[in-house]
Ligand binder design. Structure first.
Ligand code: ADP
Ligand code: ZN
Length: 599
């Protein structure tokens, strides 16, 4: 079988994406490979396909064992002989995999990096006909990256021990430094380098100043995604739980996920999410790496993630099926201060200065008014034109500035007069003339600033406070008390003006744009799509696999649009190859036949 036949038969795709073919050819010709391609770009096919055309078995090193399991399940559904070796398997299962290896029955073997170092395993490897090694999430070898893993450092060992076997390394994101590091650490030999554009055309990227705790903004987004899957990232375990609880109280199918949960609960949440039973997972970063669910329609960050790298990777989990998906980053100046403090507390390592720089760059990216896609790609050293239609900045009308110098001076005066000890909420109460007990107890109703700020509501005062933090006019002490900086003092004296984007001061949130809605033909049969989804769910349950492993949302959507009537027509649909057709084709044709008969 040649490349194209293999592609059609096992993967159900009509053609390679341009960079995929380059990567496949590199592997087939026995070269080392270093591929950088965004999530959803189709990296896995680049090694899953060539091994089918070569003798021997491919060993794939991937950091997250729990999620390998799903990848292996999906591969088997495509008729590809794959297995994994992991500590969570029973002795018996492991023995079975070893036996299959010895009989030469496997084409792909997934293992965790810590496994490789073991003497037993390394001896086993020497007896196997390995055609090439794959290092997935290769950025983990680099200390310059954001997910450095000690286990990955030891991978240089592969080259030392198996010098002649080619190595193919894959990652979704790498700055030039990280790319250099990967090639060096893995001792790649003049690798073929394939670097794809970071632009994800199907993602609408939005970053907004968080209003209050941001829950209102979150609910608004969720309202536009009823019944769809998504992830909401928060920074702490506690927040995941209280936010999930809040969402459930609003009628959303939500669950929390973080590293502190019992293994069993984690598994339950993850599986219910895959099965579309839980729609929104509220998670810390513990949830994510290697998530292989293709129909995630939104990813929300409730506050600034650790780095642009993290951010890019996390939003990358949306829309892997190529359909429209939406991402929302909510940020506030407090996030910046908190992250800065994290870095302050790091020991003096060479990377510390680098960490501050990276944080500043992230902040500029959030507050900038240029195209988000362009800015993100720019961070990783790629030049892109403005997207024009897939980010909030390109979609927003040229923003109008409003001057808020007077309001800013009132706020600063409130902080100053009350002794620079009180938090934002207290100062707002003071400005609005509240009869709050604490204010009365402090005798602050007699201050000259008491009640001078009734022209703005609490939310708007919150925005003014944020703006001052952003500008560096204020900072927060360890008890979150607002303290003036030099710049703040100058503003208070009337030496400097303060402006802000008009829409931030508006009390009503801007209405949602229609452009994030998926583009569907006018006569799209939503009911048929639902019936196909039902059928998929039933099949998935019966086979014990997640629904999207049966068919992706994209495949279902194409089925509903084109309504294929027989095998030939079925095979022309995205994601349906012969193997999948043999397995499920008839079951879906049944559903389609009913409709075709009546229309
Ligand atoms: P990555 O590992 O780079 O994040 P995946 O390997 O998960 O990406 O692929 C993302 C999606 O793209 C999958 O749904 C896959 O079926 C699809 N895909 C991959 N290659 C092709 C292709 N040549 N034609 C059409 N779709 C493809
Ligand atoms: Zn844009």
């Amino acid at each position: 079988m040649n490349k194209l036949e293999t592609l059609r038969r096992h993967f159900g795709h009509e053609a390679f994406r341009p960079l995929q073919e380059e990567a496949v050819d590199a592997i087939l010709s026995g070269r080392d490979l270093l591929m950088i391609l965004p999530t959803g770009g189709g990296k896995s096919l680049c090694y899953q396909l060539p091994t089918l055309m070569m003798p021997g078995v491919t060993v794939v090193i991937s950091p997250l064992l729990a999620l390998m399991h799903d990848q292996v399940t999906a591969l088997r559904e495509q008729g590809i002989a794959a297995a994994m070796l992991g500590s969570m398997q029973s002795q018996e299962e492991q023995r079975e995999v070893l036996a299959q290896l010895r009989r030469g029955e496997l084409k792909l073997l997934y293992v965790a990096p810590e496994r490789l170092a073991g003497e037993f395993f390394s001896r086993l490897l020497q007896t196997l006909p390995v055609n090439f090694f794959v290092i997935d999430e290769a950025h983990c070898v680099s200390e310059w990256g954001h997910e450095f893993r000690q286990d990955y450092r030891r991978l240089s060992w592969l080259r030392e021990r198996f010098g002649s076997i080619p190595i193919a390394a894959f990652t979704a994101t790498a700055t030039a430094e990280v790319e250099r590091d990967i090639a060096e650490q893995l001792r790649l030999r003049d690798p073929v380098r394939v670097r794809g554009s970071l632009y994800r055309e199907n993602l609408t990227v939005t970053a907004r100043h968080r209003l209050g705790d941001g829950r209102g903004q979150l609910l608004e987004l969720l309202a536009a995604h009823r019944g769809e899957s998504g992830i909401v990232y928060t920074l702490s375990r506690k927040q995941t739980e209280s936010l999930a609880e809040f969402l459930r109280s609003k009628g959303h199918k939500a669950a929390a996920f973080h590293a502190g949960l019992e293994a069993e609960e984690k598994r339950r949440v993850y599986e219910a999410f895959l099965a579309d039973e839980i729609e929104t997972v509220v998670a810390t970063v513990a949830f994510g790496m290697g998530i292989d669910k293709s129909n995630i329609r939104y990813v929300v960050h409730m506050s600034l993630p650790k780095s642009v790298e993290n951010y890019y990777q996390e939003i990358g989990r949306a829309g892997r099926d190529g359909l429209e998906a939406e991402t929302l980053l909510l940020f506030g100046a407090q996030d910046l201060l908190m992250q800065r403090r994290f870095i302050d507390e790091l020991p003096e390592i060479p990377y510390k200065a680098h960490a501050y720089e990276k944080l500043e760059a992230f902040w500029r990216l959030c507050t900038s008014e240029t195209c988000r896609h362009r800015a993100l790609a720019g961070y990783f050293g790629e030049e892109l034109p403005a997207c024009g239609k897939r980010c909030d900045n390109c979609l927003a009308p040229a923003s109008q500035q409003r001057e808020i110098t007077e309001e800013a001076r009132k706020f600063l005066a409130a902080a100053w007069r009350s002794g620079q000890r009180f938090g934002t909420g207290y100062l707002i109460d003071l400005l609005r003339g509240s009869r709050d007990r604490r204010i009365l107890a402090n005798g602050h109703e007699s201050l000259s600033v008491y009640g001078i700020g009734k022209e703005l509501d609490r939310k708007q005062w919150g925005v003014v406070a944020d703006r001052l933090l952003e500008l560096g006019a204020t900072t927060l002490n360890e008890h979150k008390g607002v303290v003036l900086t030099q710049k703040g003092a100058e503003i208070l004296k009337g030496l400097e003006a303060v402006t802000i984007r008009q829409e931030r001061m508006e009390t009503k949130a801007p209405s949602r744009r229609a452009s994030v809605e998926p583009e569907l033909p006018d006569d799209f049969d939503a009911e048929l799509f639902e019936r196909l989804r039902e059928r998929r769910k039933a099949i998935a349950r019966e086979h014990g696999v997640p629904p999207y492993v049966v068919f992706s949302d994209k495949t279902l959507r194409e089925l509903a649009i084109h309504r294929p009537a027989d095998r030939e027509e079925m095979l022309s649909i995205h994601g349906i190859g012969e193997v999948k057709f043999e397995r499920y084709g008839e079951l879906f044709l049944e559903v389609l036949e009913e409709v075709n008969r009546f229309s």
